[in-house]
Design a protein around this ligand. Structure first.
Ligand SMILES: [Zn+2]
Length: 233
């Protein structure tokens, strides 16, 4: 980050658009297939089309947005086969996260995870978008605590893409993460039980995959302008 940006605590405007859109995708406010017109995004976030294009290119690199010549940008629609590939990759990454974390977990880490679970418990099921985001952030927190920043970056990416898959193939506005299953993972970590922690994560992700890929959602009316207003704040 540039020194000026640090001094003023301001994030670059393309970052603000990127994080706003990303959060709208993760919270399933923006749905797979939604068209992302540069003019509409620029208007809602109060930025130029160049800035919008920078943010969209970054989301495209992360597999969250499709960019097609002459067709513009749209929220990505992973195929069922891609969805299985993403869940398989996620399983490998998160197994490694738990193996690493169980070997080094501290009481402070456990306290942080418990604090996060308390937020999930509070949000669910009253606030759909927040509970979807918090469920994903639980997995990202585990990856951060593992201490491997590369692993954490990949987990962040697959968890975000799983949100798209859940939006496409799962129940409407559901994270499909079970709080009880998250608690089982923490319990195994508390016992410093590496094999148990990996087994709990395996069980959890198999269950999430099954719940996610069971049904598909019906088409719904999408008012992109009003959705973006909430995330441009
Ligand atoms: Zn979960």
């Amino acid at each position: 980050m540039a020194l000026n940006a640090l001094k003023t605590s301001k994030i670059p405007r393309s970052d603000a658009v990127y994080f706003g859109l990303r959060r709208a995708i993760i919270e399933q406010a923006l749905m797979p297939g939604d068209k992302m017109t540069e003019d509409v995004i620029g208007d809602r976030f109060g930025v130029s089309r160049t800035i919008v294009r920078t943010a969209l290119a970054r989301l495209h690199a992360e597999g969250l947005v499709d960019l097609q010549p002459n067709k513009g940008a749209a929220i990505a629609q992973p195929s069922l086969s891609e969805a299985h590939d993403i869940f398989e990759a996620r399983m490998c990454l998160e197994r490694q996260v738990l193996t690493r974390l169980a070997a080094k977990v501290t009481d402070r880490d456990i306290a942080l995870l418990e604090k996060h679970i308390a937020l999930e418990r509070k949000a669910s099921p009253a606030d759909g978008p927040a509970s979807i985001r918090l469920a994903g952030e639980f997995h990202i927190l585990l990856a951060d605590l593992s201490g491997n920043t590369v692993l954490a970056r990949f987990v962040d990416e697959v968890v975000s893409r799983c949100s798209l898959i859940l939006a496409l193939y799962g129940r409407p506005h559901s994270s499909d993460c079970s709080l009880t299953e998250h608690e089982q993972i923490i319990e195994a970590l508390r016992q410093r039980d590496g094999a148990g922690a990996v087994a709990s994560m395996d069980h959890h992700l198999h269950a999430v995959t099954e719940r996610a890929l069971l049904s598909s959602t019906a088409d719904r009316h999408r008012d992109i302008r009003s959705i973006l207003d909430h995330y441009a704040k």
